[in-house]
Design a protein around this ligand. Structure first.
Ligand SMILES: [Zn+2]
Length: 209
């Protein structure tokens, strides 16, 4: 147990410890949150507990794109008004949420990570098989690579471009408005929209280097 929690009622101390386990939440913030919950009505806290209890069973991943979904298929893949021939490849489900704040009308493919040989993440650990299947259907005319501007994100983009280079399909990369080392979730919607609109064909980008 964290030493400064001594003297605190056990259930409260336990809650503070549990909250401290979350990324970005230090012991002080955890304490403030726990005390905040104690000040809320019992009903409000029970409602919060209910959301937590059903979170995993209710929020799943879409069979097609791998994004967040409450059913086998997400509302984006099911939406016939979207341009399903344009597919934006991202690393994490949260990236879809970020890009949806802009005006992108295509669909997505979530890899659930990026290639990282150091961490033992190869293509088999990512959702490449399902991307292969979608592409093999022949309905995709453009693949937009929106992997992060990190070393591993760039390596993943290179890998994608090589994997599908022989196919009759445009491959592009979001524009370099994305800061170096930048994860999509840290960008505002304006920057993201522009990065998507000003995407460059992969061959053009390579010859410009
Ligand atoms: Zn989907």
């Amino acid at each position: 147990m964290i030493h400064h929690l001594s003297g605190m009622p056990e259930p409260l101390a336990r809650l503070v410890e549990q909250l401290s386990a979350f990324q970005g939440i230090g012991p002080k913030t955890a304490m403030r949150l726990a005390l905040n919950m104690l000040e809320q009505s019992e009903n409000d806290v029970k409602s919060l507990a209910g959301s937590l209890e059903h979170l995993h069973e209710q929020v799943q991943f879409c069979d097609t794109c791998g994004g967040f979904s409450t059913a086998n298929h997400c509302s984006i893949c099911d939406n016939m008004k979207r341009q399903h021939h344009i597919v934006c490849v991202v690393e994490q489900p949260v990236d879809v949420l970020m890009l949806e704040r802009g005006h992108f009308q295509g669909s997505y493919h979530v890899l659930h990570g990026r290639l990282s040989p150091v961490d033992g993440v190869g293509p088999e650990q990512l959702r490449f098989n399902s991307l292969d299947t979608r592409i093999a259907d022949g309905k995709i005319s453009e693949l937009i690579m929106a992997t992060s501007a990190t070393v591993d994100g760039e390596a993943t983009a290179h890998f994608i471009s090589r994997r599908y280079a022989h196919l009759d399909m445009q491959i592009s990369r979001i524009a370099r408005g994305v800061p170096e080392g930048g994860e999509l979730e840290y960008l505002d919607e304006y920057t993201l929209s522009r990065a998507l609109e000003q995407r460059v064909l992969w061959e053009q980008e390579r010859s410009a280097l």
